[in-house]
Design a protein around this ligand. Structure first.
Ligand SMILES: NC(=O)c1ccc[n+]([C@@H]2O[C@H](COP(=O)([O-])OP(=O)(O)OC[C@H]3O[C@@H](n4cnc5c(N)ncnc54)[C@H](O)[C@@H]3O)[C@@H](O)[C@H]2O)c1
Length: 461
């Protein structure tokens, strides 16, 4: 039986003592891309940590010693260490995991539905379970990305419940620490990116700050409340989504006007206050597209108008897969081929380079458009070999298939594709059409080698 004081009742010296004596226990609910590295960092700091997940296959695999995130450098070593030291375990037993812990960190998915409305059902169902099954005295920290006011209204309402079995302040503390790490470099980001700490009261904010300071060496920025912390997280990602949309739209214009967007961007970035973004096949992943729709959804509460700027940005970014296929069609036409009946190789399915992640990848849309136009689609991605992706079995190796290809689309800028040489492609492909949605091939070398090349925002040479 644990005899430690309830964490919510601890004063400064008691919380510090519970951390230093390693008696403080942590539970992370949702041990996916962000939650697992988070849980491993807590465990690596010496605090006993349990990860709860509804995915039993994942739980069993982790408990058998298999680290699932092979594309997260550094965490494989930490995983082996904390499993050996018995500082970390996974479970699908919600009640046991929660009630054996003092601190409950939520890293649950916050996607959107097919109508682009944010879907907070995972967080809300966990709020209900916490209401039903959690003992009192716990500190709850939401790391998931949510729109402002979600925590203090929707989440809290369910957590407390109509019966007021649990009352904020009396029975639990609640705060947020929105996660901002980038997949593929989470350990690096956890070591350099400041974290925002917002809470429902000062005492809770102080507790969270003390605990996170022990685990993470970065600056912890106090926020006046939860909604401001969540607003910061959305603002940074919507800023990025919108800037990419601006560059994508410029790319569409420049392409027709004989101006090369890459030349423009290289020169523009020499100006100290220009932050460079690049055009491409679109914007994917669980963050940027979703966060823009979360911001749009949030804004609806305060204005009768729509958040037009963000909505238009989304429309442009969502148009880019169609534009990519238009470029392909144009290039095929140049050699009297059409989309229908052609064989096209798509290189890369991940939404970003060098990660194994296809969440909301714009490449899915490209493949859908190609298929609906009667294209025979082949796909290759070094992170997804021989697997069923977007309804197609991916190739083990693509080089031997080039002889059957009328064209290829570079859809993800994985490191492996940066070495592609124009001469090599020309010598191997049945027809030398190359659509470079990441602008990683030298346009002049492509032309000299005889490729029928199109980059996004580059026009014809
Ligand atoms: N992936 C990113 O790039 C990134 C970066 C920063 C912030 N975020 C945010 O972090 C949060 C988590 O994202 P992620 O990418 O780690 O998601 P993920 O899908 O990789 O992981 C979520 C995990 O939660 C589990 N889960 C779902 N419902 C559950 C439930 N009811 N009970 C227990 N477990 C449940 C899933 O099985 C999964 O393992 C999201 O809000 C996301 O927006 C993600």
């Amino acid at each position: 039986m644990r005899i430690m004081k309830r964490i919510t009742d601890m004063n400064d010296s008691e919380i510090v003592e519970s951390i230093q004596s390693r008696r403080l226990t942590i539970c992370v609910i949702g041990i996916g891309r962000i939650g697992l590295p988070t849980a491993l960092s807590f465990a690596n700091s010496g605090l006993s940590t349990v990860g709860i997940d509804i995915n039993e296959k994942l739980v069993n695999s982790i408990n058998s010693g298999n680290f699932p995130l092979k594309d997260e450098p550094g965490y494989d070593v930490i995983f082996d260490k904390v499993i050996n030291e018995k500082k970390f375990r996974a479970t699908s037993n919600f009640s046991e995991g929660v009630n054996s812990s003092d601190v409950i960190v939520l890293s649950l998915p916050t996607p959107m539905n097919e109508k682009n409305i944010p879907d907070y059902s995972a967080l809300l169902s966990v709020a209900q379970k916490l209401h039903d099954e959690m003992f009192d005295g716990k500190l709850i920290i939401i790391e998931s990305t949510v729109e402002p006011n979600f925590v203090e209204k929707n989440f809290l309402e369910i957590l407390e419940g109509n019966d007021k079995k649990l009352k904020l302040g009396n029975h639990f503390g609640l705060g947020v620490c929105p996660e901002t790490a980038n997949p593929g470099q989470i350990l690096n980001d956890f070591e350099i990116l400041p974290r925002l700490v917002g809470a429902m009261d000062n005492h809770t904010q102080n507790l969270i700050t003390k605990i996170y300071k022990h685990v993470f060496t970065v600056d912890l920025i106090p926020m006046p409340n939860c909604k401001t912390a969540n607003a910061v997280k959305l603002t940074t990602n919507v800023f990025r989504d919108l800037n990419i949309a601006f560059i994508n739209e410029l790319a569409l214009i420049f392409e027709k006007s004989g101006i090369d967007i890459m030349t423009v961007l290289e020169a523009a970035k020499t100006k100290y206050n220009f932050q460079v973004h690049y055009p491409s096949v679109g914007v994917g992943g669980p963050c940027l597209p979703v966060n823009s729709y979360q911001m749009i959804n949030f804004a609806k509460n305060f204005t009768s108008k729509t958040f037009g700027l963000v909505e238009n940005g989304r429309k442009i970014n969502e148009k880019m897969p169609f534009h990519t296929v238009n470029l392909l069609e144009d290039a095929l036409n140049e050699i009297n081929l059409s989309l229908s009946g052609s064989t096209i190789l798509v290189l890369g399915v991940s939404y970003k380079p060098d990660v194994k992640d296809i969440q909301l990848s714009p490449v899915e849309k490209v493949i859908e458009i190609l298929k609906s136009n009667g294209v025979n689609v082949l796909i290759y991605d070094p992170y997804f070999k021989n697997s069923e992706i977007f309804g197609i079995k991916s190739l083990e190796d693509f080089v031997s298939h080039l002889k059957n290809c009328d064209g290829l689309i570079i859809a993800t800028a994985h490191k492996d594709f940066h070495n592609l040489e124009s001469k090599f492609l020309k010598s191997k492909m049945k027809n030398p059409v190359v659509i470079d949605s990441k602008n990683i091939i030298d346009q002049h070398l492509a032309k000299n080698a005889g490729l029928i090349y199109r980059g996004i925002g580059r026009g014809k040479l």
